[in-house]
Design a protein around this ligand. Structure first.
Ligand code: MEV
Length: 303
């Protein structure tokens, strides 16, 4: 008997980096998913069929941690399939980890709650990456749009529904753990300066939460652009991401920012419907690739 699950990727809306230092962030789950199929096999070793090497590392660590924790001796065949590549930074590693924990919990009848799936999956990603707030794991588990504090101290749904977002991929894969570690050493050398920036981002995130609930997109957009300026001060943006954000704003977006660790991956813009085409064209003109994906989607599920 096979157990099949899926979990969504994510996009950071507000508060990247500063979330690692204790301020909140806002993340949304996206309509691209990672699919996992697990079946028990009568064998001496697990069989893994994962098209992407990076996912394979997370699958192996998940099996190791899960089997040790729940004292499982049986072997499984794990097959993964993704709607998206790990290249674009939509969180395929966190999605595959969460989907596999859910599938193992089902097949071995452990009946984990979503909070427990979050805790185990966060530990697994920390074992591999050593750093991270766990916001991507929360999006994969709970879905929707979430207000989040590092380690899952706060995970609350923001009832906003679908957001009018345009997403542009910069064409460059970001190395998130490297960027987080590099910022950490800069923070150590000038704590006062960075503390001020993190506090300002924290204020933006809290304001954005209210404005999202009110669907006050114009102000949400302005807050995005302010957040981007502060990320530039953290020196995590790139000239390509800056150009894409500027192009979006010039074409009439309410606001734009990089999304995620910076150094590449994606930018996002908040855009009224009539301006969507123009904003997409402007982002493409400066070399960005439009990623057409829904937001505020469902968290991990059985299929
Ligand atoms: C990376 O997408 C977001 C960071 O805040 C890291 C994290 O929260 O784990 C830079």
């Amino acid at each position: 008997m096979k157990t099949k699950t899926s979990a969504p990727g994510k996009l950071m809306l507000f508060g990247e980096h500063s979330v690692v230092y204790g301020t909140p962030c806002i993340v949304t789950a996206v309509g691209k998913r990672l699919y996992v199929e697990v079946e028990k096999i009568d064998c001496y070793d697990d069989e893994l069929i994962t098209p992407q090497i990076k996912e394979c590392t997370f699958v192996k660590e998940t099996l190791k941690v899960f089997k040790e924790k729940y004292k499982i001796g049986e072997c499984v065949k794990v097959t993964t399939k993704g709607d998206f590549s790990h290249q674009v930074g939509l969180g395929s590693s966190s999605a595959v980890t969460v989907a596999l924990v859910k599938a193992l919990s089902e097949i071995f009848k452990i009946n984990l709650t979503n909070k427990e799936i979050f805790e185990i999956s966060y530990q697994i990603t920390l074992n591999i990456q050593k750093v991270g707030s766990g916001f991507d794991i929360a999006a994969a588990v709970f879905g929707k749009t979430l207000f989040f504090k590092t380690g899952g101290k706060i995970i609350e749904e923001i009832e906003v529904g679908k957001l009018p977002l345009v997403i542009g991929y910069s064409g460059v894969k970001a190395d998130t753990p490297k960027l987080v570690k590099s910022l950490k050493s800069k923070v150590k050398s000038n704590e006062e300066k960075y503390k001020k920036i993190f506090e300002e981002i924290g204020k933006i995130v809290n304001e954005a939460r209210e404005e999202l609930i009110n669907k006050n997109w114009k102000i949400v957009g302005e807050l995005m652009s302010q957040n981007h300026k502060l990320l530039q001060q953290l020196e995590v943006s790139t000239s390509k991401l800056d150009r894409m954000c500027e192009a979006a704003a010039k074409a009439g977006a309410w606001g734009a920012k990089l999304s995620g660790a910076g150094g590449g991956d994606c930018m996002i813009a908040i855009v009224e419907d009539q301006k969507r085409k123009a904003v997409e064209a402007a982002i493409q003109k400066v070399g960005g690739e439009i990623i057409d994906v829904e937001n505020s989607t469902e968290g991990v599920n059985l299929i």
